[in-house]
Write a protein that binds this ligand. Structure first.
Ligand SMILES: *Cc1c(COP(=O)(O)O)cnc(C)c1O
Length: 440
């Protein structure tokens, strides 16, 4: 597929590194999205990042719109984060005992995220969501969790579940290794579908421990919730004594300092965080109502632990990142840059005659190869993923590193410049005009 492009980068070293990695690790990677499965071909191996740019093994430079899948809102190697890490590393990397930096990060999260009164630090977004649903079950004494198709909450067994054959029936495992028993405790509904949510609560509300959802979806591409959907989520869970779990692993500190819940005026019972809170190191967090959080061991009885949780390097990078976001908020600049990218991509796609729709909230964005707005997974799944793959490779060979799947959000960072954005638009215009002429 690469050979059809005017621009061509040499990727020989990346290809050799991938050959080698495949002998050592399943699929050659430590997380499947990195393997380029959705766009075909061989992934790029990187050696460094600086600001808005990544440098691969062959010495090619890319403008980075993945940002480590979300964390790098300040760009790569932000001086304040690097300095905080350097200071922390010389004092020791892990004690398995309390440090004040943990309280500092907790305090910063509590201050920023309105619904969070108490918080527990963990090592990944997956740990955060896994722990939050265990807590919801422990707190309510109920088993059932509701999730939505196309929302991703990490690789938690009971969330690796797909909808059964009819709406609001028992979930079925979406991965080998997830037992039918586990999947049966999860119901999968369509995002933005108020009627099915109401019906499910009417039928079995008193068995539902909690509802977990992405308040602005990034994991089927960017999809917004309708206002009615948000209202129904909050009122139904409240009325039935279920907990509302807002998964802000991606949106937290991304779409606003206070997360999506700030933008949407939502007051969840529990919130999960990750990505940006670790500033590029492995950190997750779950927090919320103090009466609920106080059920976590050792204050309460719901078990959850972690040898490296809140370790000094992770908390240093997290605190430094949140400090920059607080004292020098980039959100207006991100909005401006991302709006510029959105309108440039839209014009490029339109003048090439490429069927598309753009979805954006702040610095998260998706160009869907789909003519209609995407509001749920059935619509998202109709996208022309082959056209997306051609777009992805066309941009990659022009030095633009976009998410390697139609169903991932791109991220603009505070390190991007207007010039970076304009160069990306120009590259996209070339790629899309080839797409338009070949389709026409
Ligand atoms: C990335 C993500 C997760 C999982 O986080 P990991 O750190 O990859 O385990 C969970 N929920 C959402 C919304 C995410 O975007």
């Amino acid at each position: 597929m690469d050979s059809t492009h005017a621009a061509e980068l040499t990727l020989e070293r990346s290809q050799a590194a991938f050959q080698n990695a495949q002998k050592l690790m399943p699929g050659g990677v430590n997380s499947p999205a990195r393997a380029f499965g959705a766009v075909g071909g061989s992934p790029v191996f990187f050696q460094s990042g600086e600001g808005a740019y990544l440098y691969d093994l062959d010495g090619n430079r890319y403008t980075d719109y993945i940002g480590s899948w979300g964390p790098m809102i300040l760009g790569h190697g932000h001086p304040a984060v690097v300095a905080a890490l350097e200071q922390a590393i010389s004092r020791g990397t892990s004690f398995g005992a309390p440090t004040e930096a943990e309280s500092e990060l907790a305090e910063r999260i509590i201050e920023a995220v309105a619904s969070v009164e108490k918080v527990r630090l963990v090592n990944s977004g997956t740990e955060a969501t896994m722990s939050a649903i265990r807590l919801a079950r422990g707190f309510t004494g109920r088993d059932t969790i509701i999730k939505f198709a196309g929302n991703y909450h990490g690789h938690v067994d009971s969330l690796l579940v797909a909808a059964g054959s009819s709406a609001a029936t028992l979930g079925v495992p979406s991965s080998p290794g997830v037992t039918a028993g586990t999947a049966q405790d999860t119901l999968v509904l369509e995002y933005n579908d108020v009627a099915s949510l109401e019906q499910t609560f009417a039928e079995q509300g008193d068995t539902i421990a909690g509802v977990i959802f992405e308040p602005i979806v990034g994991n089927m591409g960017v999809v917004r919730p309708s206002e009615e959907f948000c209202t129904a989520l909050r009122s139904l869970t409240r009325r039935h004594g279920s907990l509302l779990i807002c998964d802000e692993v991606m949106t937290g500190f991304r779409v606003a300092f206070g997360g999506a819940q700030q933008l949407l005026g939502l007051q969840p019972d529990l919130t999960t965080l990750g990505k940006i809170v670790g500033g590029g190191l492995p950190v997750g967090a779950y927090g919320g109502r103090a009466d609920v959080m106080d059920q976590v061991l050792p204050a309460g009885k719901v078990f959850q632990a972690g040898t490296l949780s809140g370790n000094p390097l992770a908390t240093a990078a997290g605190c430094a990142t949140l400090e920059v976001l607080k004292s020098d908020p980039p959100y207006e600049r991100l909005e401006r840059l991302a709006a510029r990218l959105e309108s440039g991509l839209h014009k490029a796609a339109e003048s090439a005659g490429v069927s598309h729709t753009l979805a954006r909230v702040g610095s998260m964005m998706t160009l869907f190869f789909h003519a209609e707005p995407v509001t749920n997974w059935p619509l998202a799944s109709q996208c022309d993923t082959k056209a997306f793959a051609r777009y992805f490779w066309g941009l990659l060979h022009r030095g633009v590193y976009m998410p390697c799947s139609q169903y991932e959000a791109l991220f603009v960072s505070a390190a991007h410049s207007e010039q970076d954005i304009d160069n990306t638009i120009a590259a996209a215009a070339e790629v899309l005009s080839e797409e338009g002429s070949s389709a026409g």
